[in-house]
Design a protein around this ligand. Structure first.
Ligand SMILES: Nc1ncnc2c1ncn2[C@@H]1O[C@H](COP(=O)(O)OP(=O)(O)O)[C@@H](O)[C@H]1O
Ligand SMILES: CC(=O)OP(=O)(O)O
Ligand SMILES: [Mg+2]
Length: 397
């Protein structure tokens, strides 16, 4: 079987999918899964198109640092793939690479020079970029002849107007790259391609706000299916409250923590990326499912703040899009947490959103009332398929 392999390396997970390409790219993968819990209790789960399920613990690496944990998971996965897909004719590997900087507005085939260029963005996406590049190098070592393609989270946002990409800081900093990039672009691109079918072509060409609410969460304002604004900026901390990330925060808080509390950059990084968000406010968990099931008031407050912040951002992005013809929910929370969607829509009633609560409770595709001025939809995202599509388009069948 001719196939493409997709790797999406995150902060604590390594997702993978195998897409048959005979004759063209299949809609569904032949095999897909992930190693979760990297750094704590790594386990591999996978599911084949035949229905067969796989589960395996991943041995702990020799070293105890983040790098060793991620390298260990990757080595295990590459070995596992070799034994579970022996008769495979791999024609290429597509990777999610979170940061492509200002220059890359499209996917690109990898080579040594590009890897060096992309390594310069590691400090801008410390939870993602180093792991993305490690996966590329590891595949390159084992299968040096195999074409590899980088698909950037930032690329979809390069259509944004110049103002949407600028901070109000001295020009020289903008010129050296301190600007708004935006992320989750592969997810938004996938959603953009589904819009017509779900909300109709007229609205799909209008002003659409897409909320990607997962462990990392952001929103994108689209006009004619293209990004015109995003809640995430220079890094993937900005904007919405997330599982463990703060989202937007008064920069004065950071100055206060540095000057008065003596926090240095690594302490601030830990605070803002790993100890804030749903976890920090609830004191219980970063996982929305745990919080929805908890009777503790702090869990309730964390969910309320998540929804309030999302609604504030939605209003801001409606201004960027010049209106709001449709709102689309996606990502683990956006696709499955009806109570969260309901609260965000309730805060946004002033924009003309009117929820069909019965459809919402069922995670239906369309969840707006017939008389709602604004269409409201739930569309499952598929970053892996989008990566496979780009990879095949670049390397050819
Ligand atoms: N049935 C569900 N109800 C509520 N939240 C859910 C449900 N399923 C998943 N989630 C939430 O989705 C989030 C993970 O989203 P996901 O998009 O899978 O994350 P990642 O960014 O790691 O890809 C978690 O907060 C999880 O609790
Ligand atoms: C960019 C980002 O936040 O990605 P994720 O949701 O995978 O953490
Ligand atoms: Mg994600």
């Amino acid at each position: 079987m001719k196939a493409l392999w997709v790797l999406n390396a995150g902060s604590s997970s390594l997702k993978f999918a195998l897409y048959p390409v005979e004759p063209d790219l299949a809609d569904a993968p032949a095999l897909a899964g992930q190693i979760e819990g990297i750094g704590t209790h790594p386990r591999l789960h996978a599911r084949a198109a035949t229905g067969e399920r796989f589960e395996s613990s991943v041995p702990h690496p020799a070293g105890n640092d983040q790098d060793s944990h991620h390298q260990g998971a990757l080595d295990f996965l590459l070995d596992w793939m070799k034994t579970h897909t022996p008769r495979l004719d791999l024609i290429g590997v597509g990777h999610r690479v979170v940061h492509g900087g200002a220059a890359h507005s499209a996917p690109i085939q990898l080579d040594a020079a590009l890897l060096t260029e992309l390594a310069a963005f590691e400090p801008l996406a410390p939870l993602h970029q180093p792991h993305n590049l490690r996966a590329i190098r590891a595949v390159g070592r084992i299968m040096p002849q195999l074409p590899q393609v980088a698909c950037f989270d930032t690329a979809f946002h390069r259509t944004q107007p110049a103002l949407a990409q600028r901070f109000a800081i001295p020009r020289a900093l903008h010129d050296e790259g301190v600007r708004r990039y935006g992320f989750h672009g592969l997810s938004y691109e996938y959603i953009s391609r589904q819009l017509s079918a779900v909300i109709g072509p007229e609205r799909a060409h209008g002003a659409v706000i897409v909320a990607h609410l997962g462990n990392g969460a952001s929103m994108c304002a689209m006009r004619d299916g293209k990004s015109v604004g995003s809640s995430m900026g220079f890094t993937a901390i900005d904007g919405l409250m997330m599982g463990t990330r703060s989202g937007s925060i008064d920069p004065g808080v950071l100055l206060y923590l540095m000057d008065q509390k003596g926090l240095d950059s690594s302490a601030l990084t830990r605070l803002l990326y790993k100890e804030s968000g749903l976890l920090g406010v609830s004191g219980i968990s970063a996982d929305m499912r745990d919080l929805l099931a908890s009777p503790v008031p702090e869990a309730r407050e964390a969910i309320d703040l998540f929804c309030y912040r999302a609604a504030r951002e939605l209003g801001s992005l409606a201004a960027a899009a010049g209106g709001c013809d449709a709102v689309v929910f996606t990502g683990g929370i956006g696709e499955h947490a009806a109570a969260v969607r309901e609260a965000i829509v309730a805060h946004s009633a002033w924009l003309g959103l009117n929820l069909d609560t019965a459809a919402n409770a069922k995670d239906a595709r369309r969840i707006d009332q017939a008389d709602s001025q604004v269409a409201i939809a739930v569309i499952p995202t598929n970053e892996e398929w989008m990566i496979a599509r780009h990879t095949l388009d670049l390397i050819g069948g």
